[in-house]
Design a binder for this molecule. Structure first.
Ligand code: ACO
Length: 218
């Protein structure tokens, strides 16, 4: 397996990879935002704008040249969450509101910029490994490479909205701290039905952070 940054020439391939490997992310699977093999323009716009920042990494099978996994990383700046919340009001898509409404509101409340006195945060946003390469450490290696990119780019704070139990395990192994835990089952609609029907062991969404102590550019 080879781990590299993602050139623009492979962005479309990354999007195709995500159509096959991201739909079983626990929140997506429960509300049906991205469906297996189908385009999801709202998510793909977000993926592409994240890719364009040049902070993302991919794992490529050296025998087939196939993308085995990706971790799309982006920068969050002060005020971005408030803007995203405003933009969400114009988006008429319930699954999108259910996922990004939850993430944005939790992050707004946490206000990590004030808490950690930073102007920018390195976000590990979209982690997806092709099902046939899972359970072999690809996700972990993508995390390791991403942490190096964050350090090289002078970030002081890294954050993951860890919606999957497996991502939480990876974060734990790299010394991330859990600063917020949300139990999916606690969110009910007006009829008392669960909004997020995530499958076990994906019972919690955790916001996990790690402070980097290297050189700063922010
Ligand atoms: N059952 C039990 N444990 C598992 C499983 C499984 N099916 N898959 C992974 N794990 C555990 C591993 O044992 C390991 O834990 P350990 O260090 O304690 O042994 C940990 O999870 C990481 O294993 P990796 O092999 O490095 O992870 P993998 O390459 O399989 O990728 C990933 C994990 C990316 C979550 C993959 O399952 C996937 O693509 N899922 C669908 C999309 C998704 O949920 N993405 C994450 C959303 S959160 C985010 O994007 C920030």
């Amino acid at each position: 397996m080879e781990y590299t940054s993602i050139p623009a020439s492979r962005f479309e391939e990354v999007i195709r990879h995500l159509r096959l490997s991201f739909p079983d992310e626990p929140l997506n699977a429960s509300v049906g935002l991205s469906l297996y093999g189908k385009p999801c323009s709202l998510l793909e716009q977000y993926d592409l704008s994240t890719l364009e920042e040049g902070l993302s990494v991919m794992a490529v099978d050296t025998y087939t040249n196939e993308i085995a996994g990706v971790l799309l990383n982006g920068t969050s700046k002060k005020g971005d969450i408030e803007e995203a919340i405003k933009r969400m009001e114009t988006i008429d898509n319930i699954p999108y509101q259910q996922i990004f409404g939850l993430l944005n509101n939790v992050n707004k409340e946490l206000d990590l910029f004030t808490k950690y006195k930073v102007d920018k945060i390195f976000e590990f946003r979209i982690l997806a490994v092709d099902p046939k390469y899972r359970g072999q450490g690809v996700g972990k290696e993508l995390f390791l490479r991403s942490e190096m990119i964050a350090a090289e780019n002078g970030f002081k704070l890294m954050k993951v909205d860890a919606t999957s139990f497996f991502t939480q395990k990876i974060c734990d192994s790299f010394g991330f701290e859990t600063i917020k835990t949300i139990r999916y089952g606690d969110y009910l609609d007006e009829n008392g039905q669960k909004i997020y029907n995530t499958k076990s062991p994906h019972d919690y969404y955790k916001v996990m952070i790690k402070i980097l102590h290297g050189k700063r550019n922010d």
